[in-house]
Design a protein. Structure first.
Length: 102
């Protein structure tokens, strides 16, 4: 009986996370340069904005603006604006074919 109870508790915890909706064209960061490229967050920042939502849902306080700044300083981009998945390992998310808490 303990195993089903633990399973239900884990499911309940998983569904209690609150993930914000960050739109990449939000005026607060839409025109910010994405990485070191000529692209803006609005034009090409969908993956980075999604990563910001995932991080915020796990307790970090990164919106696309602050995550973009952090990524620029922490090896988060290559070739201008190509996202480096391994860079967010330091923040608690890892990519294993899917995003998972580390």
């Amino acid at each position: 009986m303990i195993k089903p109870t633990i399973l239900l508790l884990l499911i309940a915890i998983a569904f209690t996370r609150n993930y914000p909706l960050y739109k990449q064209c939000d005026s607060r960061w839409a025109n910010d340069q994405l990485g070191t490229s000529s692209n803006t967050i609005c034009k090409a920042g969908c993956l980075m904005s999604s990563a910001a939502m995932a991080l915020s849902g796990t307790g970090h306080t990164h919106d696309p603006k602050s995550l973009n700044i952090w990524l620029k300083s922490n090896g988060g981009y290559v070739s201008g604006d190509l996202f480096v998945w391994g860079s967010i390992n330091k923040l608690g998310l890892t990519y294993k074919g899917h995003v998972a808490n580390s």
